[in-house]
Ligand binder design. Structure first.
Ligand code: ADP
Ligand code: MG
Length: 696
């Protein structure tokens, strides 16, 4: 990052420039992610030692740190090697002992001359009922006692870094820092009483009372806001760049939509219509759309997508919908093709499985504009796929699709409108953090008439009973999924486990009744297994999590999930969402391997007690943290050091508005505040964002 502002140079220098940090100590610091003074400054104290002078240790409740003035009494050197050296001292009310291991007699006599006054500060403990202070942190003459900080910050540490080293290095890092130009809107700093950056930093490192360590005190909140603002600025820059890119105005007239609605066996929900209108409204603008459709499992996102795709066709163009798996792409084809046909629209599928001749034919038809809607896997975005007039790209079920990938996709396509659909209800703060560059439509209403799903927790020790119940249910004509546990990272291992479970269940339930799908199966076999299950030939489908997203078989009404405790809550919610789609009351059995820890049990109980995806997501966030909920590695969410998304969700919204406004008023970030905001981006190492400004 050659353009880093000079004002930040001292903060990005070698750590060894700091007092008390040599090459070896720098290595120790690196273990806690601290490699430059900048990193160190954002390590904030987590507690505070009060070293204010008190009258007597008698007034304290050991164990605790006290500072008292004493008269030095008798020295008792260690008579036996290995025993401590003791010095009796007398404060205003009582006497106690200072204790030293491996101490030098001469040094002790010099530090603590008998009969003289000293101020000592350190941790008081009771040992056999007698108060003692082992190795005081400070021993000073009363007139020099000012050197004892009345409140001492305590920092998180790592092996090889002591509190003293930390404090010394921190003090010198703070010395190197200078005040930076203000990047926060004055209205905000004023409203919240936030100090400037440098002043906030100094205060955060110099707490005077326990309350100063709280997350919501002004200096700490400001530093948290800086982190969040940098992130939102990055997103806002990505968004602005997309919006600057020329868009196509795709104005539909509704004639195809109306034909589809006429043959649909149900009425769209209000939320479906509202979302479809928001989307087609965006599409009609000459600005590039970048919208997220968020809706719980089963809320009917596919129909909304179809209405948007039809608007693209109505406007004379083409639309494409990408699904994450082959199974889902095929399902979209099956569900959507009859509707498209009714409207006289040509809809085709393209996946990695198309044979070369077939593929060539489809690519030619696409290029000629003869295929109007294309569904498929990521194969639809390959280089040689050329559209005649692509207007809209829909990306389905991509909760693993992070900011990064969206930016890449945005860079690739021309002026195509983008609609991302996610079935993972995520808490609002995370939605803003992860999708802050997008506009959001919410499908917050489920199609009517859905029966609640009964969720039961069962120990895996009752495996045989579960199988017996399943057998009875199948005899009644019901269909079920059986999801095998997550065994490990490797698909191969998972596959082996699924095969194994398949054999056992087939033996128990009968030949021909049980099917199997997993990621390692040849494509044709996978399709055939799915098709047999959809047709009702097989009654039980044993599967790995390939069925997690989107699969829609309304007649299936039982979901068994093995080792449910190993899944994330939103994943369980997704899996459970595969049932409860038809006319029958559905059941979900969450099997677990006892004994379960308290948290694991609580998570499963959340699943048992609610079907509300947003509630589950909030709970998941509380229990696991933001990174796990989003799948940190893939998401564009940075690791916030100071900010805490779980409790500072409000800051996320403020920052989003602030960032968007800043770029609206100063798109090139060339004004005073814009320049200051650039400094913030460099400080927070948002290199991707910085490239967006310079390229943009
Ligand atoms: P998801 O949001 O999980 O992708 P789908 O689009 O797969 O949901 O829809 C789930 C099921 O609900 C499908 O069988 C679909 O046909 C049905 N469905 C969609 N919208 C409605 C509606 N308005 N009324 C009744 N059923 C609907
Ligand atoms: Mg779907």
């Amino acid at each position: 990052m050659s353009n880093r502002p000079e004002i930040l140079f001292p903060l990005f220098a070698e750590l060894t420039k700091l007092d008390g940090v040599g090459p070896k100590m720098a290595k120790n610091f690196a273990k806690m992610g601290v490699e430059r003074p900048r990193d160190l400054l954002f390590v904030l104290p987590h507690s505070l030692i009060n070293r204010e002078l008190i009258t007597s240790v008698q007034d304290a409740q050991p164990p605790c740190v006290v500072t008292v003035e004493v008269v030095v009494g008798m020295h008792r050197p260690n008579a036996i090697k290995g025993r401590p050296y003791r010095v009796t001292v007398q404060d205003a009310k009582t006497s106690f002992q200072l204790v030293f291991f491996h101490a030098h007699k001469d040094w002790l006599n010099e530090q603590l001359p008998a009969g003289q006054r000293r101020v000592v500060s350190g941790k008081i403990e009771l040992f056999d009922g007698v108060a003692q202070m082992v190795h005081p942190d400070f021993i000073l003459r009363p007139q020099a006692a000012d050197a004892i900080p009345s409140n001492e910050p305590v920092y998180p540490l790592t092996a090889g870094v002591t509190q003293k080293t930390m404090q010394k290095a921190m003090a010198s890092a703070l010395e190197r820092a200078v005040d930076l130009p203000e990047w926060i809107a004055p209205s905000l700093t004023e409203k919240h009483g936030w100090p400037g950056w440098y002043s906030a930093l100094k205060s955060a490192h110099a707490p005077e009372k326990p309350g100063d360590l709280a997350r919501d005190v002004a200096p700490r909140q400001r530093l948290a806001y800086d982190e969040i603002l940098a992130h939102q600025l990055t997103l806002a820059l990505a968004r602005a760049k997309m919006r600057r890119a020329k868009g196509i105005a795709s104005l539909g007239n509704g004639h195809l939509r109306n034909k589809v609605l006429a043959v649909l066996p149900f009425k769209p929900t209000g939320a479906q219509l509202r979302s479809a209108d928001e989307i087609t409204g965006d599409m009609a603008e000459p600005v590039r759309m970048n919208r997220l459709l968020q809706g719980d499992v089963g809320s009917g996102k596919t129909l909304v997508a179809l209405m948007a795709l039809l608007a693209a066709v109505e406007a004379g163009g083409q639309g494409v919908m990408m699904a994450p798996t082959e199974i889902l792409a095929r399902q979209h084809l099956e569900g959507l093709q009859p509707l498209a046909e009714a409207a006289g629209v040509v809809l085709e599928i393209l996946t990695g499985r198309d044979k070369s001749g077939e593929r060539r034919r489809k690519l030619a038809a696409l290029a000629a504009g003869d295929i109007q809607i294309l569904v498929g896997t990521h194969a639809v975005f390959q280089k040689d796929v050329v559209f005649h007039d692509l207007r809209l790209a829909v990306i389905d079920e991509q909760h693993r699709f992070g900011v990064r990938q969206r930016m890449d996709l945005g860079a690739k396509g021309a002026a195509v409108d983008i609609l991302v659909m996610t079935a993972t209800p995520i808490p609002r703060s995370l939605a803003l953090a992860n999708y802050g560059d997008m506009d959001i439509s919410l499908l917050d209403e489920k199609p009517p008439g859905r029966l609640p799903i009964e969720t039961v927790l069962v120990s895996n020790t009752r495996f045989d009973q579960v199988v017996a119940r399943l057998k009875a249910a199948i005899a009644e004509g019901r269909q079920a999924y059986w999801v095998c546990p997550l065994v490990g990272e490797s698909e191969l291992v998972e596959w082996a486990a699924a095969e194994e479970r398949f054999k056992i269940l087939r033996a128990a339930l009968g030949e021909g009744v049980v099917g199997l799908v997993h990621g390692q199966l040849p494509a044709a076999e996978k399709d055939a297994a799915m098709a047999r299950f959809v047709a009702g030939e097989t009654k039980l489908l044993v599967a790995t999590t390939v069925i997690e997203v989107g699969v829609d078989v309304p007649s299936a009404s039982i979901m068994v999930i093995e080792q449910a405790e190993k899944f994330g809550l939103s994943q369980l919610h997704q899996l459970r969402g595969r049932v409860g789609r038809g006319a029958d009351a559905s059941t979900c059995l969450l099997m677990y391997a006892p004994p379960l820890g308290e948290t694991a049990m609580r998570r499963l109980k959340v699943m048992r007690d609610t079907e509300d995806g947003f509630k589950i997501a909030e709970e998941d966030l509380q229990l696991r943290g933001a990174g796990d909920v989003l799948g940190m590695a893939q998401s564009g969410l940075p690791r916030f050091q100071i900010a805490d998304l779980e409790v500072q969700a409000d800051l996320m919204k403020i920052a989003q508005d602030d960032a968007r406004l800043l770029l609206f008023e100063d798109p090139d970030m060339a004004g005073e505040r814009g320049k200051a905001a650039r400094v913030l981006l460099y400080l927070m190492e948002q290199d991707k964002a910085i490239r967006l400004i310079s390229v943009g």
